[in-house]
Design a protein around this ligand. Structure first.
Ligand SMILES: Nc1ncnc2c1ncn2[C@@H]1O[C@H](COP(=O)(O)OP(=O)(O)O)[C@@H](O)[C@H]1O
Ligand SMILES: [Mg+2]
Length: 246
């Protein structure tokens, strides 16, 4: 589904990712871990097509198509979704209307109001969200945890083929982490793929993990199966710092 080849990404004039390779098949769940400042969010932005991050070398293929230079809205229409580490507040637009117009923009098909509401409320129930949130302005006055839930709600309603979750679990209390992972579980099926960027391995307990990658200084220094998570929990990232050879 996703092929990232030899990616080099700059923000401003600074090289942030270099020679990064990542391949995610349909149905797979990949986890990306790594110290602060390693470039994890940058990778999410680069895959999503954030205009502030320029790809100077390498390519990104999605379902076999080269999307390296496509704009974010084109990528979203193709089925890529990124949940932000710090979701923005959008005064004047209710959560419900935001999701409905996003769906319309992505699919091009008008959404029937009644069917849509039913679906929205069902997704909100999965996330233990009060129905009242649907008529509140998007993320305005939402607590950190509520913002994260609203990101997961978007994922459930928009049903992307590839969802990238950037620290969606950070800053959540124990109960909210459980609810968010329930939402992620509800989203996941054999046709879609997930990339989860996280420090919190609790969110992963209910998910089958196919691959774990450690990102350090702008590239993936180690990949492995789920057992790598346990190793990181015990000894941190220091074992994976690449040795500099002179
Ligand atoms: N827009 C930007 N302009 C300049 N530097 C940036 C920008 N975005 C990220 N960086 C830098 O790139 C590095 C990686 O950042 P980031 O991808 O957010 O790391 P992570 O998500 O792994 O903590 C950091 O040193 C950060 O300061
Ligand atoms: Mg980050």
């Amino acid at each position: 589904m996703l092929e990232v080849n030899n990616l080099q990404v700059y923000a401003e004039d600074k090289m942030i990712l270099n020679n990064l390779n990542l391949s995610v098949n349909q149905g797979e769940v990949h986890v990306i871990m790594g110290p602060n400042g390693a470039g994890k969010s940058t990778l999410g932005y680069a895959i999503m097509g954030h205009p502030g991050y320029s790809i100077e070398e390498g390519s990104i293929l999605f379902e076999g198509e080269d999307i390296t230079q496509e704009k974010a809205d084109v990528r979203a229409k193709k089925g890529i979704f990124l949940s932000f580490q710090n979701p923005e507040e959008v005064p004047g637009v209710t959560l419900e209307n935001f999701l409905r117009s996003s769906r319309l923009a992505l699919t091009g098909k008008p959404v029937k109001v009644f069917a849509y509401k039913k679906e929205l409320y069902k997704a909100m129930e999965t996330l233990n969200m009060d129905k009242d949130y649907a008529s509140r302005y998007l993320n305005v006055g939402f607590s950190g945890g509520e913002k994260k839930k609203s990101e997961i709600l978007q994922m459930l309603v928009l049903e992307p083929k590839l969802a990238i979750l950037d620290e969606t679990d950070s800053g959540l209390d124990v109960d909210s982490v459980k609810i968010v992972s329930k939402g992620v579980e509800a989203f996941k099926n054999k046709n879609n793929s997930l990339i989860i960027i996280t420090h919190n391995t609790k969110i992963l307990e209910y998910l089958p993990i196919d691959r774990v990658h450690i990102l350090q200084s702008g590239r993936i220094v180690k990949s492995g199966d789920a057992s790598l998570i346990e190793q990181i929990n015990i000894s941190g990232f220091r074992d994976f710092i690449p040795k500099i050879v002179h």
